[in-house]
Design a protein around this ligand. Structure first.
Ligand SMILES: [Fe+2]
Length: 206
């Protein structure tokens, strides 16, 4: 039997990783903002519906990056928006200037024994999900690593595709990924806290 055959790649999963350098002063000021929130505010991680296990998370009803504090404004304008614009342009084929989007964000601090259960970000109108790694303690894999779950579960159970892909975060790194991409965070052992700011990029709607 004669035939022609091609394997087409349909809809790949795009993950943007951008590592910033020379951000020591910004890191110190962001850590101070998050630690002050941890000292003074309610802990959303205590909710049974929250995927953060242990640790601290700022309230879901608030937008952490909307707080009027200079380090948060610098993070948004110099790091988060430039990466989001690149993703909108190169992955979603949108003109960032003509795409009305806004951020919904929250801070998460994990300490020894804390972790994050598998989840994705299914809220409607979410175009991109992301994390900025404010401060990540030195550790050996997989401690504190982000792990993405293979969306093709049949290929894992019936075949030999890997079940997941491990991502090792570093201080000063931003990662952007599709909101449907399941992920979790391995437990920490380090006594130093791991601080991140997580966010969704949502299409503005009426
Ligand atoms: Fe997440």
């Amino acid at each position: 039997m004669q035939f022609d055959q091609t394997f087409e790649q349909h809809f790949p999963t795009h993950v943007l990783v951008r590592q910033h350098r020379g951000i020591e002063a910004l890191t110190a000021s962001l850590v101070a903002v998050i630690e002050a929130a941890r000292e003074n505010e309610d802990n959303a991680a205590l909710s049974t519906e929250n995927t953060t296990q242990g640790g601290f998370q700022t309230g879901g009803g608030q937008d952490f990056l909307e707080r009027n504090e200079p380090p948060l404004r610098a993070l948004k304008s110099q790091i988060i928006w430039p990466a989001v614009e690149t993703y909108l342009e190169q992955v979603l084929d949108c003109n960032p200037l003509l795409t009305p989007v806004s951020l919904v964000s929250w801070a998460v601090s994990l300490g020894p024994g804390d972790w994050q259960a598998p989840h994705f970000h299914p809220k409607e109108y979410t175009l991109i999900s992301g994390v900025y790694y404010v401060s990540v303690p030195e550790a050996t894999e997989p401690e504190g690593c982000l792990e993405f779950v293979n969306p093709n579960l049949n290929a894992v159970s019936m075949g030999n595709q890997p079940s997941s892909r491990l991502h090792r975060p570093q201080t000063g790194q931003i990662i952007l990924f599709p909101p449907y991409y399941m992920h979790f965070v391995h437990p920490l052992k380090a006594r130093v806290s791991r601080h991140v700011i997580a966010f969704d990029v949502r299409l503005q709607h009426k």
